[in-house]
Design a protein around this ligand. Structure first.
Ligand code: 6R9
Length: 668
């Protein structure tokens, strides 16, 4: 393999030359849904030969349609593509009723592993009943097709049921991660124009009770949320909470006496199933809008292709429903294929860092999907405390492993392969995004020879390529910009409330207006054509697999009355992939020593309050100024070098104030 290079501004670096190749075992390949590279190549060729025919066939085979579609792809108003547009279906019907009709009513849909280890199971029949009652309850509050509903809940069967219940009645949900602040929640409520918020009293994580409902109250009190008429509260911890008469309803009271049957609302394939807010390079988060038909098709198909899901598998995706991974591979994908899955409330280090490995054994998990950050932190924990090393746990139920969210460094890949997979489980390093709806570039576990640190090849039908800034293909071995050249069924449809931003962010004119711009840099191996993602090419950071815009954090910092100016950059971090380093100029004199420490802590907490704890900078350095060009542009490129603790070797002659660099070299 050739060495990879970081084309983008992102700070993710792959390791040195990577020449190790791991073939899927013959035994795995023999039983796999897509077995061997010839099978993969045949599918790729089929998609290239008849693109629409390829997708139409899959959509007919994998989904149940109330009204069959006759038109596969409509490109008339590109890039506002439409898929299966005259077809009608219901996502919740496809995830629940259809499985029951197929004889899976008594099969376990969800094994819920609570924070304290308590286990509750729900069969497809039971989940169907829960979702129908929930859906009827929402209807009784006047919530109807097309309404937006915010879901601000922790990991729970009820959280998944809330999403499915919205889908059942055609309401568009927008899940907001339970770690976001009241202000972030308020912004999303306003942008979505939500009519209701579904939340919990509190959440339990690592033995601690954390607020949910009180943050909703706070968000609504910030103003501008008059569209919200109902707040529905799931009782998790039972703590005493004020309920607002006429607005707040306990979930158990809402569903009491509701019918266990609820006729699904049949919607057009393009009907927005959900909006999920994610960070972009500019200030406000973008409401990524997904469809019903195309989205569900890809969630189901990737369960089969990438995860090789089979009837007896126990699938466990450790993501939170607040992120896209928890949408596609918890709330929808597993149920769209009638699988059994573990839904986990807790954290990987509670009661100790063996929790994942213990839980795999406890529930006989066969397919395990997690983030590189979690793997790296558990490697460290096992080094410190040999008792939580995976060798102490029986992991023989596993047959397939996956990762998502950020590049996995080859060392972490090898550790995962050896210590968790026992050198027999293929690893699918799945590259995808909130905007793509599901996996895009990933090994097929029964076909693709794996190379640590590479997400390998695009799935059949995904026309991924690497181009230069003018949109021209670059040869393998040369890095560039990752694009997708043709629309695919689960792609983002628009940015809620902002179609112009959708066009300029994802289909920029510079690239001809028809290629999807992922926002990542990538390089293909000269010999194999394998893709390696080299990191974001925009001002988006990836901390522990969570996306954050540098501008969002900067705006939060300058909103503090003490702050005059702020610049935020990412720097490589052994555990979290990237971490946040902020350079701050205060209105008062530059603090040093203890005062700097105190103010840094204050500002970190401020950011936590403005956005959420995940956005707190790991380090804050104070300066009298920031390095700027003569035209006043902050040179973030130089700040990235300083954040890493490296010496600046670039030309700084265009700087207005080169002396400032010395001051910003280290903590104040
Ligand atoms: C699913 C999800 C998307 C960004 C994406 C890229 C990074 C995700 C990756 C990966 C390298 C992988 N990313 N998977 N980078 N290898 N296997 O994470 O969505 O939160 O929208 O983040 O994450 O930078 O652009 P999202």
């Amino acid at each position: 393999m050739s060495a990879t290079e970081n084309q983008g501004q992102g700070t993710q670096q792959q390791g040195p030359e990577e020449s190790r190749v791991f073939d899927p075992s013959a035994a795995f390949a023999a039983q796999a849904t897509i077995s061997g590279m010839d099978a993969y190549r045949a599918m790729v060729a089929e998609a290239e030969h008849d693109y629409e025919g390829f997708w139409a066939k899959l959509a007919r085979e994998n989904l149940s349609w109330k009204k069959p579609f006759t038109r596969t792809l409509n490109e008339d108003n590109a890039p506002f593509y439409k898929w299966f547009e005259d077809g009608q279906l219901n996502v919740s019907y496809n995830c629940l009723d259809r499985n029951i009709e197929n004889g899976l009513g008594d099969k376990t849909a969800i094994i819920f592993e609570a924070d304290d280890g308590t286990v509750t199971k729900a069969s497809y029949k039971e989940l169907h009943e829960k979702v129908c009652k929930f859906a009827n309850g929402l209807k009784s509050k006047g919530i109807a097709k097309g309404d937006r509903v915010i879901i601000y809940m922790s990991m729970s069967v009820e959280g998944v049921a809330a999403m499915q219940a919205c889908a059942r009645i055609g309401a568009t949900h927008s899940v907001v991660f339970g770690g976001f602040s009241a202000k972030s929640l308020q912004e999303r409520i306003i942008d979505a124009g939500a009519v209701a918020v579904i939340t919990g009293d509190e959440q339990l994580r690592g033995g601690k009770k954390l607020p949910l409902k009180s943050i909703v109250d706070e968000a609504l009190a910030l103003g501008g949320c008059e569209s919200v008429k109902n707040v529905i509260v799931y009782k998790r911890t039972g703590s005493d909470l004020p309920m607002v008469a006429g607005r707040d309803t306990w979930l158990h009271e809402l569903v009491e006496g509701q019918s266990a049957q609820c006729e699904p609302e049949w919607v057009d394939a393009e009907h927005p199933l959900f909006i999920l807010y994610t960070s972009g390079s500019t200030g406000t988060p973008k409401g990524v809008q997904h469809s019903s038909g195309g989205y569900l098709l890809w969630a189901a198909l990737t369960m089969k292709w990438s995860f090789d899901i089979k009837p007896d598998d126990v699938f466990w995706c450790t993501a939170d429903i607040g992120w896209v991974t928890g949408h596609s591979y918890i709330a929808y994908g597993p149920m769209a294929v009638g699988a059994t899955q573990v839904v986990f409330e807790g954290i990987p280090t509670y009661p100790n860092a063996g929790r994942f490995w213990e839980t795999i054994k406890k529930h006989n998990v066969s397919i395990f999907y997690t983030a590189p950050t979690a793997i790296r932190s558990l490697i460290k924990a096992a080094d410190v405390d040999p008792k939580v090393h995976p060798s102490n746990y029986d992991l023989t139920s596993l047959r397939l492993l996956g990762t998502v969210g950020e590049p996995i460094n080859p060392e972490a890949w090898m550790w995962y392969y050896k210590n968790i997979g026992g050198e027999k489980c293929p690893i699918v390093d799945t590259f995808w995004q909130t905007e793509t709806g599901g996996h895009m570039i990933t090994p097929l576990p029964g076909a693709t020879p794996m190379v640590p640190g590479s997400c390998t090849l695009p799935l059949p039908g995904i026309m991924a390529a690497i181009v230069d800034e003018a949109g021209q293909d670059v040869p393998n071995g040369q890095g560039g910009i990752l694009v997708v050249k043709r629309p695919w069924p689960s792609m983002i449809r628009t940015i809620w409330n902002n179609p112009e931003r959708f066009k300029s962010s994802y289909f920029p004119e510079e690239l001809g207006g028809k290629m999807y711009l992922a926002g990542d840099g990538a390089i293909r191996n000269k010999d194999t054509g394998y893709f390696t993602i080299t990191g974001r090419i925009d001002d988006v950071l990836n901390v522990s697999g969570h996306r954050m815009g540098t501008m969002e954090i900067e705006s939060a910092l300058v909103a503090n009355p003490l702050v005059a100016e702020a610049a935020v950059v990412g720097r490589p971090d052994d555990t979290t992939g990237e971490s946040i380093c902020a350079f701050v100029v205060l209105k008062q004199a530059r603090p040093t020593g203890e005062e700097a420490k105190k103010l840094a802590l204050e500002l970190r907490n401020w950011v936590g309050k403005e956005i959420g704890p995940i956005a707190k900078p790991k380090e804050i350095r104070f300066g009298d100024n920031l390095p700027k060009t003569r035209s006043g542009k902050i040179m973030r490129r130089l700040l990235r070098v300083l954040a890493k603790g490296e010496t600046i070797t670039q030309d700084v002659s265009t700087l207005e104030n080169p002396a400032i660099l010395d001051q910003l070299k280290e903590a104040s």
